[in-house]
Design a binder for this molecule. Structure first.
Ligand SMILES: Nc1nc2c(ncn2[C@@H]2O[C@H](COP(=O)(O)OP(=O)(O)OP(=O)(O)O)[C@@H](O)[C@H]2O)c(=O)[nH]1
Length: 548
Protein backbone atom coordinates (compact mmCIF):
# COMPACT_ATOMS: atom_id res chain seq x y z
CA UNK A 1 0.00 0.00 0.00
CA UNK A 2 1.47 3.33 -0.88
CA UNK A 3 0.76 6.82 0.42
CA UNK A 4 1.11 10.14 -1.36
CA UNK A 5 2.20 13.22 0.59
CA UNK A 6 0.10 16.23 -0.50
CA UNK A 7 1.18 19.62 0.84
CA UNK A 8 -1.41 22.24 1.74
CA UNK A 9 -0.66 25.82 2.76
CA UNK A 10 -3.23 27.04 5.31
CA UNK A 11 -3.47 30.79 4.85
CA UNK A 12 -5.71 33.51 6.11
CA UNK A 13 -6.00 36.71 8.13
CA UNK A 14 -4.87 36.76 11.78
CA UNK A 15 -7.42 34.94 13.99
CA UNK A 16 -9.44 33.59 11.08
CA UNK A 17 -8.96 30.15 12.63
CA UNK A 18 -6.08 28.57 10.67
CA UNK A 19 -4.63 26.71 13.64
CA UNK A 20 -8.06 25.61 14.87
CA UNK A 21 -8.84 24.36 11.38
CA UNK A 22 -5.60 22.39 11.07
CA UNK A 23 -6.27 20.78 14.46
CA UNK A 24 -9.91 20.05 13.65
CA UNK A 25 -9.05 18.50 10.30
CA UNK A 26 -6.56 16.13 11.88
CA UNK A 27 -8.99 15.15 14.63
CA UNK A 28 -12.02 14.64 12.41
CA UNK A 29 -9.99 12.78 9.82
CA UNK A 30 -8.66 10.40 12.39
CA UNK A 31 -12.01 9.58 14.00
CA UNK A 32 -14.34 9.69 11.02
CA UNK A 33 -12.24 8.60 8.09
CA UNK A 34 -9.42 6.48 9.25
CA UNK A 35 -10.18 4.56 12.39
CA UNK A 36 -10.90 1.21 10.84
CA UNK A 37 -7.81 1.41 8.73
CA UNK A 38 -4.72 -0.72 9.28
CA UNK A 39 -2.52 2.37 8.93
CA UNK A 40 -4.41 4.23 11.63
CA UNK A 41 -1.23 4.91 13.57
CA UNK A 42 -0.25 7.40 10.92
CA UNK A 43 -3.13 9.71 11.69
CA UNK A 44 -2.84 13.14 13.16
CA UNK A 45 0.91 13.26 13.41
CA UNK A 46 1.93 16.62 14.75
CA UNK A 47 5.12 17.32 12.94
CA UNK A 48 6.07 20.72 14.22
CA UNK A 49 4.41 23.89 15.43
CA UNK A 50 3.33 24.91 11.97
CA UNK A 51 3.03 21.43 10.52
CA UNK A 52 0.33 18.86 11.15
CA UNK A 53 -0.90 16.05 9.04
CA UNK A 54 -3.67 13.53 8.58
CA UNK A 55 -4.12 10.60 6.29
CA UNK A 56 -7.26 9.36 4.54
CA UNK A 57 -8.11 6.92 1.82
CA UNK A 58 -7.35 8.53 -1.50
CA UNK A 59 -9.78 9.39 -4.29
CA UNK A 60 -10.19 7.50 -7.55
CA UNK A 61 -7.59 9.49 -9.48
CA UNK A 62 -4.87 8.81 -6.92
CA UNK A 63 -5.88 5.18 -6.58
CA UNK A 64 -5.59 4.72 -10.33
CA UNK A 65 -2.05 6.05 -9.98
CA UNK A 66 -1.14 3.53 -7.31
CA UNK A 67 -1.74 5.57 -4.15
CA UNK A 68 -4.17 3.97 -1.70
CA UNK A 69 -3.78 6.72 0.86
CA UNK A 70 -3.03 10.39 0.88
CA UNK A 71 -1.28 12.19 3.71
CA UNK A 72 -2.21 15.85 3.82
CA UNK A 73 0.58 17.91 5.35
CA UNK A 74 -0.88 21.20 6.52
CA UNK A 75 1.52 24.10 6.69
CA UNK A 76 -0.13 26.50 9.10
CA UNK A 77 1.27 29.94 8.38
CA UNK A 78 1.05 32.30 11.38
CA UNK A 79 1.98 35.99 11.00
CA UNK A 80 2.65 37.80 7.77
CA UNK A 81 6.44 37.82 7.62
CA UNK A 82 6.69 34.20 8.60
CA UNK A 83 3.89 33.43 6.20
CA UNK A 84 5.93 34.68 3.28
CA UNK A 85 8.98 32.82 4.56
CA UNK A 86 7.13 29.55 5.03
CA UNK A 87 5.50 29.78 1.66
CA UNK A 88 8.71 30.71 -0.10
CA UNK A 89 10.57 27.86 1.60
CA UNK A 90 7.98 25.42 0.42
CA UNK A 91 6.83 27.21 -2.72
CA UNK A 92 7.89 24.41 -4.96
CA UNK A 93 5.84 21.84 -3.09
CA UNK A 94 2.69 23.64 -1.92
CA UNK A 95 0.18 21.70 -3.97
CA UNK A 96 -2.94 23.49 -2.80
CA UNK A 97 -3.94 26.41 -0.65
CA UNK A 98 -6.66 26.49 1.99
CA UNK A 99 -7.79 30.09 2.35
CA UNK A 100 -9.47 30.56 5.74
CA UNK A 101 -11.90 33.46 6.02
CA UNK A 102 -13.74 34.47 9.18
CA UNK A 103 -17.31 34.60 7.83
CA UNK A 104 -18.25 37.31 10.31
CA UNK A 105 -15.45 39.59 9.01
CA UNK A 106 -15.17 38.77 5.30
CA UNK A 107 -12.09 39.59 3.22
CA UNK A 108 -9.49 41.37 5.39
CA UNK A 109 -6.09 42.87 4.54
CA UNK A 110 -4.15 39.69 5.04
CA UNK A 111 -6.80 37.65 3.23
CA UNK A 112 -5.94 39.71 0.15
CA UNK A 113 -2.20 39.26 0.70
CA UNK A 114 -2.69 35.51 1.10
CA UNK A 115 -4.54 35.46 -2.21
CA UNK A 116 -1.60 37.21 -3.85
CA UNK A 117 0.91 34.79 -2.36
CA UNK A 118 -1.32 31.89 -3.36
CA UNK A 119 -1.47 33.16 -6.92
CA UNK A 120 2.32 33.30 -7.02
CA UNK A 121 2.88 29.89 -5.49
CA UNK A 122 0.13 27.42 -6.31
CA UNK A 123 -2.62 26.64 -8.77
CA UNK A 124 -5.49 25.33 -6.73
CA UNK A 125 -7.41 26.80 -3.82
CA UNK A 126 -10.17 25.68 -1.49
CA UNK A 127 -11.92 28.48 0.42
CA UNK A 128 -13.03 27.79 3.98
CA UNK A 129 -15.56 30.17 5.51
CA UNK A 130 -14.93 29.64 9.22
CA UNK A 131 -16.77 30.53 12.44
CA UNK A 132 -20.15 29.64 10.98
CA UNK A 133 -21.36 28.95 14.52
CA UNK A 134 -21.22 32.68 15.29
CA UNK A 135 -24.08 33.27 12.86
CA UNK A 136 -27.64 32.43 13.88
CA UNK A 137 -28.65 29.10 12.30
CA UNK A 138 -31.50 30.66 10.26
CA UNK A 139 -29.17 33.33 8.83
CA UNK A 140 -26.29 31.01 7.87
CA UNK A 141 -27.27 30.10 4.34
CA UNK A 142 -27.86 33.71 3.32
CA UNK A 143 -24.54 34.77 4.91
CA UNK A 144 -22.70 32.03 3.02
CA UNK A 145 -24.42 33.00 -0.21
CA UNK A 146 -23.51 36.67 0.26
CA UNK A 147 -19.85 35.86 0.97
CA UNK A 148 -19.67 33.45 -1.94
CA UNK A 149 -20.95 36.12 -4.31
CA UNK A 150 -18.40 38.64 -3.03
CA UNK A 151 -15.61 36.12 -3.39
CA UNK A 152 -16.51 35.10 -6.90
CA UNK A 153 -16.44 38.79 -7.86
CA UNK A 154 -13.01 39.25 -6.23
CA UNK A 155 -11.63 36.15 -7.91
CA UNK A 156 -13.11 36.89 -11.32
CA UNK A 157 -10.41 36.68 -14.02
CA UNK A 158 -7.85 35.17 -11.63
CA UNK A 159 -6.65 31.59 -11.69
CA UNK A 160 -8.70 30.98 -8.55
CA UNK A 161 -12.04 31.82 -10.21
CA UNK A 162 -14.65 29.15 -9.35
CA UNK A 163 -12.65 27.81 -6.40
CA UNK A 164 -14.86 25.60 -4.21
CA UNK A 165 -16.17 27.11 -0.97
CA UNK A 166 -17.04 25.20 2.20
CA UNK A 167 -18.44 26.83 5.35
CA UNK A 168 -17.39 25.35 8.69
CA UNK A 169 -16.89 25.98 12.38
CA UNK A 170 -13.47 24.68 13.29
CA UNK A 171 -13.28 25.65 16.94
CA UNK A 172 -12.49 22.79 19.25
CA UNK A 173 -13.83 22.33 22.77
CA UNK A 174 -11.38 23.66 25.32
CA UNK A 175 -11.19 20.55 27.45
CA UNK A 176 -12.35 16.98 27.58
CA UNK A 177 -15.26 17.64 30.01
CA UNK A 178 -16.59 20.29 27.75
CA UNK A 179 -16.20 17.96 24.83
CA UNK A 180 -18.50 15.44 26.43
CA UNK A 181 -21.10 18.06 27.27
CA UNK A 182 -21.08 19.73 23.91
CA UNK A 183 -22.82 18.40 20.87
CA UNK A 184 -20.16 17.74 18.27
CA UNK A 185 -22.36 19.67 15.82
CA UNK A 186 -21.77 22.79 17.84
CA UNK A 187 -18.05 22.40 18.45
CA UNK A 188 -17.14 21.46 14.88
CA UNK A 189 -19.47 22.12 12.03
CA UNK A 190 -19.21 20.66 8.53
CA UNK A 191 -15.67 19.36 8.93
CA UNK A 192 -16.63 16.10 7.24
CA UNK A 193 -17.95 18.12 4.29
CA UNK A 194 -14.63 19.91 4.12
CA UNK A 195 -12.63 16.69 4.17
CA UNK A 196 -14.84 15.20 1.45
CA UNK A 197 -14.38 18.27 -0.72
CA UNK A 198 -10.63 18.18 -0.13
CA UNK A 199 -10.54 14.52 -1.10
CA UNK A 200 -12.64 15.21 -4.21
CA UNK A 201 -10.40 17.97 -5.58
CA UNK A 202 -7.04 16.40 -4.69
CA UNK A 203 -5.05 15.80 -7.85
CA UNK A 204 -1.86 13.94 -8.65
CA UNK A 205 0.87 16.53 -8.14
CA UNK A 206 3.90 16.64 -10.37
CA UNK A 207 6.81 14.98 -8.60
CA UNK A 208 10.10 14.42 -10.28
CA UNK A 209 12.77 12.56 -8.39
CA UNK A 210 15.21 12.99 -11.26
CA UNK A 211 14.70 16.72 -11.31
CA UNK A 212 18.25 17.86 -10.59
CA UNK A 213 20.16 18.00 -7.31
CA UNK A 214 18.71 17.22 -3.88
CA UNK A 215 17.20 20.13 -1.95
CA UNK A 216 15.54 19.63 1.41
CA UNK A 217 13.82 22.30 3.50
CA UNK A 218 14.32 21.47 7.18
CA UNK A 219 11.79 22.75 9.70
CA UNK A 220 12.84 20.81 12.79
CA UNK A 221 16.06 19.27 14.07
CA UNK A 222 16.51 17.13 17.21
CA UNK A 223 18.67 14.40 18.72
CA UNK A 224 17.43 10.85 19.05
CA UNK A 225 19.44 8.93 21.63
CA UNK A 226 21.41 6.09 20.14
CA UNK A 227 20.49 7.14 16.62
CA UNK A 228 22.01 10.49 15.80
CA UNK A 229 20.55 13.81 14.75
CA UNK A 230 17.19 13.71 12.99
CA UNK A 231 15.88 16.47 10.78
CA UNK A 232 12.29 16.68 9.58
CA UNK A 233 11.36 18.55 6.47
CA UNK A 234 10.14 18.43 2.89
CA UNK A 235 12.13 17.50 -0.20
CA UNK A 236 11.87 20.42 -2.60
CA UNK A 237 13.95 18.93 -5.38
CA UNK A 238 15.56 15.67 -6.48
CA UNK A 239 15.90 12.68 -4.16
CA UNK A 240 17.97 11.38 -1.26
CA UNK A 241 19.26 7.86 -0.50
CA UNK A 242 20.80 6.23 2.56
CA UNK A 243 24.60 6.73 2.51
CA UNK A 244 24.37 9.83 0.29
CA UNK A 245 26.61 12.69 1.30
CA UNK A 246 24.63 15.87 1.87
CA UNK A 247 25.67 19.40 2.72
CA UNK A 248 24.34 21.77 5.38
CA UNK A 249 25.31 25.02 3.63
CA UNK A 250 24.74 27.35 6.58
CA UNK A 251 27.25 25.34 8.63
CA UNK A 252 29.50 24.75 5.63
CA UNK A 253 29.70 21.04 6.49
CA UNK A 254 29.03 17.73 4.76
CA UNK A 255 27.53 14.66 6.35
CA UNK A 256 26.42 11.11 5.58
CA UNK A 257 22.74 10.06 5.57
CA UNK A 258 22.39 7.23 8.12
CA UNK A 259 18.71 6.51 7.68
CA UNK A 260 15.51 7.96 6.20
CA UNK A 261 11.90 7.65 7.35
CA UNK A 262 8.81 8.45 5.31
CA UNK A 263 5.45 8.15 7.05
CA UNK A 264 7.38 6.78 10.05
CA UNK A 265 8.66 3.80 8.07
CA UNK A 266 12.35 3.30 7.28
CA UNK A 267 13.01 3.67 3.54
CA UNK A 268 16.13 3.64 1.37
CA UNK A 269 15.11 6.64 -0.68
CA UNK A 270 12.78 9.66 -0.56
CA UNK A 271 11.79 11.95 -3.46
CA UNK A 272 10.54 15.46 -4.27
CA UNK A 273 7.38 16.34 -2.35
CA UNK A 274 7.95 13.78 0.41
CA UNK A 275 7.92 14.87 4.00
CA UNK A 276 10.59 12.80 5.61
CA UNK A 277 12.93 12.48 8.55
CA UNK A 278 16.63 12.20 7.76
CA UNK A 279 19.13 10.98 10.33
CA UNK A 280 22.69 12.26 10.02
CA UNK A 281 25.78 10.92 11.74
CA UNK A 282 28.19 13.03 13.79
CA UNK A 283 26.22 16.20 13.92
CA UNK A 284 25.02 18.32 16.83
CA UNK A 285 21.32 19.23 16.56
CA UNK A 286 21.86 22.42 18.57
CA UNK A 287 23.81 23.91 15.69
CA UNK A 288 20.92 23.86 13.26
CA UNK A 289 17.24 24.67 13.48
CA UNK A 290 15.79 25.50 10.08
CA UNK A 291 17.17 25.85 6.60
CA UNK A 292 18.42 23.97 3.59
CA UNK A 293 20.22 20.66 3.28
CA UNK A 294 21.30 19.77 -0.25
CA UNK A 295 23.59 17.93 -2.64
CA UNK A 296 27.09 19.34 -2.01
CA UNK A 297 27.56 22.68 -3.76
CA UNK A 298 23.95 23.10 -4.89
CA UNK A 299 22.90 25.93 -2.59
CA UNK A 300 24.99 29.01 -3.20
CA UNK A 301 25.82 32.08 -1.20
CA UNK A 302 24.59 34.97 -3.32
CA UNK A 303 25.41 38.61 -2.74
CA UNK A 304 23.13 39.87 -5.51
CA UNK A 305 20.70 38.26 -7.92
CA UNK A 306 18.84 39.15 -11.09
CA UNK A 307 15.14 38.36 -11.53
CA UNK A 308 12.50 39.11 -14.11
CA UNK A 309 10.32 41.31 -11.96
CA UNK A 310 6.56 40.72 -11.95
CA UNK A 311 4.77 43.58 -10.27
CA UNK A 312 1.80 42.83 -8.05
CA UNK A 313 -1.13 44.72 -9.56
CA UNK A 314 -2.54 45.62 -6.13
CA UNK A 315 0.70 47.28 -4.99
CA UNK A 316 -0.21 50.92 -5.47
CA UNK A 317 3.10 52.73 -4.91
CA UNK A 318 5.85 53.17 -7.48
CA UNK A 319 8.72 50.69 -7.56
CA UNK A 320 11.85 52.81 -7.88
CA UNK A 321 15.44 51.98 -8.76
CA UNK A 322 17.79 52.50 -5.78
CA UNK A 323 14.96 51.91 -3.31
CA UNK A 324 14.97 49.20 -0.63
CA UNK A 325 12.53 46.33 -0.26
CA UNK A 326 12.17 43.38 2.09
CA UNK A 327 13.24 40.42 0.04
CA UNK A 328 12.11 36.96 1.09
CA UNK A 329 14.18 34.22 -0.44
CA UNK A 330 15.08 30.72 0.69
CA UNK A 331 14.68 30.79 4.45
CA UNK A 332 15.49 34.46 4.87
CA UNK A 333 13.88 37.88 4.68
CA UNK A 334 16.24 40.83 4.48
CA UNK A 335 16.51 44.34 3.12
CA UNK A 336 17.98 44.77 -0.33
CA UNK A 337 18.43 47.60 -2.82
CA UNK A 338 16.92 47.16 -6.25
CA UNK A 339 17.91 48.53 -9.65
CA UNK A 340 15.52 48.12 -12.60
CA UNK A 341 16.33 47.59 -16.26
CA UNK A 342 14.48 46.45 -19.34
CA UNK A 343 14.67 45.41 -22.92
CA UNK A 344 12.29 46.17 -25.74
CA UNK A 345 13.80 43.46 -27.91
CA UNK A 346 12.01 40.17 -28.49
CA UNK A 347 14.70 38.18 -26.71
CA UNK A 348 12.89 35.65 -24.60
CA UNK A 349 15.53 34.99 -22.02
CA UNK A 350 17.78 37.12 -19.90
CA UNK A 351 21.34 36.97 -21.15
CA UNK A 352 24.37 38.54 -19.47
CA UNK A 353 25.85 39.39 -22.87
CA UNK A 354 22.88 41.55 -23.91
CA UNK A 355 22.55 45.28 -23.27
CA UNK A 356 19.70 46.59 -21.12
CA UNK A 357 18.17 50.01 -20.61
CA UNK A 358 18.10 51.36 -17.07
CA UNK A 359 14.57 52.06 -15.79
CA UNK A 360 14.24 54.71 -13.06
CA UNK A 361 10.80 53.58 -11.83
CA UNK A 362 7.70 51.63 -12.76
CA UNK A 363 4.06 51.81 -11.83
CA UNK A 364 1.00 49.98 -13.11
CA UNK A 365 0.10 52.66 -15.65
CA UNK A 366 3.59 52.53 -17.20
CA UNK A 367 3.50 48.73 -17.41
CA UNK A 368 0.00 48.67 -18.88
CA UNK A 369 1.13 51.16 -21.52
CA UNK A 370 4.16 49.06 -22.42
CA UNK A 371 2.05 45.95 -22.90
CA UNK A 372 2.45 42.26 -22.19
CA UNK A 373 5.75 41.61 -23.96
CA UNK A 374 7.66 44.25 -22.04
CA UNK A 375 10.03 42.73 -19.53
CA UNK A 376 11.44 44.44 -16.47
CA UNK A 377 14.44 42.90 -14.76
CA UNK A 378 15.79 43.79 -11.34
CA UNK A 379 19.23 43.54 -9.85
CA UNK A 380 18.66 42.79 -6.17
CA UNK A 381 21.66 43.74 -4.09
CA UNK A 382 21.79 42.06 -0.66
CA UNK A 383 25.14 43.60 0.21
CA UNK A 384 23.34 46.80 1.23
CA UNK A 385 21.88 45.09 4.33
CA UNK A 386 24.36 45.96 7.03
CA UNK A 387 23.14 43.07 9.22
CA UNK A 388 24.20 40.61 6.55
CA UNK A 389 27.68 40.28 5.15
CA UNK A 390 27.33 36.57 4.47
CA UNK A 391 25.08 36.85 1.44
CA UNK A 392 21.93 34.78 1.04
CA UNK A 393 21.66 31.02 0.67
CA UNK A 394 19.62 30.18 -2.41
CA UNK A 395 19.53 28.12 -5.59
CA UNK A 396 19.03 29.23 -9.19
CA UNK A 397 15.41 29.57 -10.23
CA UNK A 398 14.37 30.11 -6.58
CA UNK A 399 11.29 32.21 -6.05
CA UNK A 400 11.78 35.59 -4.43
CA UNK A 401 9.15 38.01 -3.11
CA UNK A 402 9.68 41.74 -2.58
CA UNK A 403 7.51 43.59 -0.08
CA UNK A 404 7.32 46.67 2.09
CA UNK A 405 6.76 45.00 5.43
CA UNK A 406 7.20 48.26 7.33
CA UNK A 407 4.02 49.70 5.80
CA UNK A 408 1.48 50.26 8.57
CA UNK A 409 -0.88 47.28 8.38
CA UNK A 410 -3.80 49.50 9.43
CA UNK A 411 -3.47 51.45 6.19
CA UNK A 412 -5.11 48.50 4.45
CA UNK A 413 -2.57 48.63 1.63
CA UNK A 414 -1.09 45.68 -0.17
CA UNK A 415 2.50 45.32 1.06
CA UNK A 416 3.64 42.73 -1.45
CA UNK A 417 5.21 44.59 -4.35
CA UNK A 418 6.71 42.05 -6.75
CA UNK A 419 8.05 38.56 -7.23
CA UNK A 420 10.32 36.72 -9.64
CA UNK A 421 12.59 33.73 -10.08
CA UNK A 422 16.37 33.97 -9.96
CA UNK A 423 17.90 34.16 -13.44
CA UNK A 424 21.47 34.90 -12.41
CA UNK A 425 23.28 35.14 -9.10
CA UNK A 426 26.49 36.90 -8.10
CA UNK A 427 28.27 34.55 -5.74
CA UNK A 428 31.51 36.45 -5.34
CA UNK A 429 31.69 38.69 -2.30
CA UNK A 430 33.62 41.19 -4.39
CA UNK A 431 30.93 41.10 -7.09
CA UNK A 432 30.71 44.89 -7.35
CA UNK A 433 34.30 45.15 -8.50
CA UNK A 434 34.66 41.83 -10.30
CA UNK A 435 31.38 40.68 -11.83
CA UNK A 436 28.90 43.53 -11.89
CA UNK A 437 30.63 45.51 -14.67
CA UNK A 438 29.80 42.65 -17.05
CA UNK A 439 26.11 43.45 -16.56
CA UNK A 440 25.57 45.95 -19.36
CA UNK A 441 22.87 48.30 -18.13
CA UNK A 442 22.96 51.73 -19.69
CA UNK A 443 21.34 55.10 -19.31
CA UNK A 444 20.52 56.99 -22.51
CA UNK A 445 22.24 60.37 -22.57
CA UNK A 446 21.98 63.27 -24.98
CA UNK A 447 24.24 66.32 -25.20
CA UNK A 448 24.26 69.36 -27.44
CA UNK A 449 27.18 71.56 -28.52
CA UNK A 450 27.92 73.93 -31.39
CA UNK A 451 30.37 74.06 -34.31
CA UNK A 452 32.97 76.76 -33.75
CA UNK A 453 34.64 76.69 -37.16
CA UNK A 454 35.88 74.71 -40.10
CA UNK A 455 39.30 73.13 -39.57
CA UNK A 456 39.89 71.67 -43.05
CA UNK A 457 37.85 70.05 -45.83
CA UNK A 458 37.11 66.99 -43.62
CA UNK A 459 37.19 68.29 -40.05
CA UNK A 460 35.49 70.92 -37.93
CA UNK A 461 36.09 72.21 -34.41
CA UNK A 462 33.24 71.88 -31.92
CA UNK A 463 32.66 73.38 -28.47
CA UNK A 464 30.20 73.55 -25.55
CA UNK A 465 29.66 69.77 -25.52
CA UNK A 466 32.17 68.99 -22.79
CA UNK A 467 33.61 70.70 -19.76
CA UNK A 468 37.24 71.71 -19.66
CA UNK A 469 38.05 68.84 -17.29
CA UNK A 470 36.13 66.12 -19.23
CA UNK A 471 38.26 63.15 -20.22
CA UNK A 472 37.71 63.42 -23.96
CA UNK A 473 39.27 60.01 -24.63
CA UNK A 474 36.05 58.41 -23.33
CA UNK A 475 34.10 60.01 -26.17
CA UNK A 476 36.53 59.52 -29.06
CA UNK A 477 34.94 57.44 -31.82
CA UNK A 478 31.32 58.37 -30.98
CA UNK A 479 29.09 59.54 -33.81
CA UNK A 480 27.50 62.99 -33.79
CA UNK A 481 24.81 64.62 -35.95
CA UNK A 482 24.87 68.24 -37.03
CA UNK A 483 21.81 70.46 -37.46
CA UNK A 484 22.84 70.76 -41.13
CA UNK A 485 22.28 67.01 -41.62
CA UNK A 486 26.01 66.16 -41.73
CA UNK A 487 27.21 63.20 -39.70
CA UNK A 488 30.64 62.91 -38.15
CA UNK A 489 32.79 61.17 -35.58
CA UNK A 490 34.59 62.72 -32.60
CA UNK A 491 38.25 62.41 -33.58
CA UNK A 492 40.12 63.96 -30.64
CA UNK A 493 40.21 66.76 -28.13
CA UNK A 494 41.39 70.15 -29.35
CA UNK A 495 43.32 72.44 -27.04
CA UNK A 496 42.70 72.68 -23.28
CA UNK A 497 39.25 74.24 -23.07
CA UNK A 498 36.98 71.24 -23.84
CA UNK A 499 36.95 71.86 -27.60
CA UNK A 500 37.16 68.86 -29.95
CA UNK A 501 37.70 67.85 -33.54
CA UNK A 502 34.92 66.17 -35.57
CA UNK A 503 35.76 64.26 -38.72
CA UNK A 504 33.10 64.36 -41.45
CA UNK A 505 33.80 61.18 -43.41
CA UNK A 506 32.37 62.43 -46.73
CA UNK A 507 33.76 65.94 -46.37
CA UNK A 508 31.84 69.04 -45.28
CA UNK A 509 28.52 69.45 -47.11
CA UNK A 510 27.84 72.69 -49.00
CA UNK A 511 25.15 73.64 -46.44
CA UNK A 512 27.62 73.18 -43.62
CA UNK A 513 30.27 75.21 -45.43
CA UNK A 514 27.77 77.99 -46.15
CA UNK A 515 26.60 78.02 -42.54
CA UNK A 516 30.15 78.33 -41.32
CA UNK A 517 31.10 80.95 -43.92
CA UNK A 518 30.45 84.14 -42.00
CA UNK A 519 30.64 86.20 -45.20
CA UNK A 520 27.37 84.64 -46.45
CA UNK A 521 25.66 85.76 -43.30
CA UNK A 522 23.71 82.50 -43.08
CA UNK A 523 25.23 81.57 -39.72
CA UNK A 524 23.76 84.82 -38.45
CA UNK A 525 20.23 84.09 -39.65
CA UNK A 526 20.07 80.39 -38.63
CA UNK A 527 22.19 80.66 -35.51
CA UNK A 528 25.22 78.43 -34.85
CA UNK A 529 25.35 74.89 -36.27
CA UNK A 530 24.33 72.45 -33.52
CA UNK A 531 26.16 69.23 -32.68
CA UNK A 532 23.96 66.47 -31.22
CA UNK A 533 25.58 63.58 -29.40
CA UNK A 534 23.41 60.62 -28.28
CA UNK A 535 25.21 57.92 -26.33
CA UNK A 536 24.87 55.18 -23.74
CA UNK A 537 26.54 55.32 -20.36
CA UNK A 538 26.91 51.92 -18.72
CA UNK A 539 26.11 52.34 -15.05
CA UNK A 540 28.18 49.46 -13.68
CA UNK A 541 31.24 50.09 -15.85
CA UNK A 542 33.62 52.11 -13.71
CA UNK A 543 35.90 52.70 -16.71
CA UNK A 544 32.98 54.85 -17.84
CA UNK A 545 33.61 54.17 -21.53
CA UNK A 546 30.68 55.49 -23.55
CA UNK A 547 29.02 53.68 -26.40
CA UNK A 548 26.17 54.02 -28.88
N1 LIG B 1 -16.62 30.62 17.49
C1 LIG B 1 -15.60 30.15 16.79
N2 LIG B 1 -14.35 30.52 17.15
C2 LIG B 1 -13.34 30.02 16.44
C3 LIG B 1 -13.52 29.14 15.35
N3 LIG B 1 -12.31 28.84 14.85
C4 LIG B 1 -11.41 29.49 15.61
N4 LIG B 1 -12.02 30.19 16.57
C5 LIG B 1 -11.40 31.05 17.58
O1 LIG B 1 -10.75 32.12 16.93
C6 LIG B 1 -9.52 32.46 17.60
C7 LIG B 1 -8.37 32.37 16.64
O2 LIG B 1 -8.21 31.04 16.20
P1 LIG B 1 -6.82 30.48 15.68
O3 LIG B 1 -7.09 29.12 15.20
O4 LIG B 1 -5.75 30.70 16.67
O5 LIG B 1 -6.62 31.48 14.47
P2 LIG B 1 -5.34 31.64 13.54
O6 LIG B 1 -5.86 32.10 12.24
O7 LIG B 1 -4.54 30.38 13.55
O8 LIG B 1 -4.58 32.79 14.28
P3 LIG B 1 -3.09 33.35 13.98
O9 LIG B 1 -2.21 32.13 13.88
O10 LIG B 1 -2.79 34.19 15.17
O11 LIG B 1 -3.16 34.12 12.73
C8 LIG B 1 -9.42 31.48 18.76
O12 LIG B 1 -9.89 32.11 19.91
C9 LIG B 1 -10.32 30.32 18.35
O13 LIG B 1 -10.84 29.65 19.45
C10 LIG B 1 -14.87 28.78 15.01
O14 LIG B 1 -15.14 28.04 14.08
N5 LIG B 1 -15.83 29.33 15.76
Amino acid sequence: MSTLNFNIGVLGHVDSGKTSLAKALSTVASTACFDKNPQSKQRGITLDLGFSSFTIQSNEILQKNGYDFVQYTLVDCPGHASLIKTIIGGAQIIDMMLLVIDITKGIQTQTAECLIIGEICCNKMLIVLNKLDLIEPDKRSSAVEKMSKRLSKTLENTKFANSPIVSVAASLPINENEKENQESEKSMLNMDLLINKLKEITFLPERNEQNGPFLYSVDHCFTVKGQGTVMTGTILNGNVKVNDTVEIPILKCKNKVKSIQVFRKPVDKAIQGDRCGICLANFDSKQFERGFVCSPGYVKNSYAVIIELKKIRHFKSKIESMSKFHISIGHETLLAKIELFSTESDDDNFNMSNEYLHVPEIDQEFLDQKGKNFKVYALIDFSTDSTNDQGVLCVDDSLLIGSKLDTDIHLNQCRIAFYGRILHSFTNKEFKANDLPSLKVYKEKSREGVVERKHDEFTIIGKSLFKKETNMDLFVGLKVKLSTGDEGVIESGFGQSGKFKIRIQNGLSQTLKDSLDKKTGSSQSNGPVKIILNFKRFIYDDKKKMSQ
